[in-house]
Write a protein that binds this ligand. Sequence first.
Ligand code: SAH
Length: 254
Amino acid sequence: MSGHLAVIGLGPGDARYLTPEAQAALAAAEALYGYGPYLDRAPVRDGQSRHASDNRQEGARATAALAHAAAGASVAMVSGGDPGVFAMAAAVCEELAAGPETWRSLDITIVPGVTAMLAVAAQAGAPLGHDFCALSLSDNLKPWDLIERRLDAAAGAGFVIALYNPVSRARPWQLGAALERLRRHLPPTTPVVFGRAVGRSDARVTVTTLQDADAGAADMATLIIVGSATTRVIVRPGRAPLVYTPRSATEAGA
Ligand code: SAH
């Protein structure tokens, strides 16, 4: 089969975060698929067709891109951040697994990007300096009680926790409930970072504590990093604080 599908991470924001590999893969494609606002971030090239779809249409979008590639085209699917993190690469694999046998011989490349968690962490200091995990707070594809169990396990095990998809119009209460849950396990002074639209001109990063963290301060473009019991904040005169998690841990400090 002569077609090709590249699943490309655009990074969290503007072109500074687009890797040279992603740029080359975008330029090489005849057809681009993706959620509209992400497609708008891909540089325009003459003769390239664009197939925008709605946020919730991941399965249908993946199927359309696979079918287009299977017909012999060089197709690119774009994702914000990294395509493998709560994004299109897994959707493509799901459709490939369920689709016609012939799709399996397609040439498929996954091009990594800077995921929001890493961009926010870098802005804040080094909160991921020790063991960490990432959770999506979206209960569209999993039940809320599973999310609560994972929050309990992660906080109980001493992981720093990155929270993707904290809120949306259809999911207004989940972040507040998650913070409440984490307060059962972690000290009130645990550092919490809110990173909004990081990598864009309107980026905003704020550092607070678990007791003061306000779920109302987050929107769909926000990623939250909740520290562990060992995460610290260095206050600096005239400069933003540095949040870091020391590289070592003891049983008692975990
Ligand atoms: N594949 C993406 C994540 C998709 S899930 C990645 O690797 O980053 C969408 C969630 O990612 C958002 O709800 C938000 O939590 C986070 N996110 C995406 N872009 C962001 C940005 N520029 N700043 C902060 N968080 C972002």
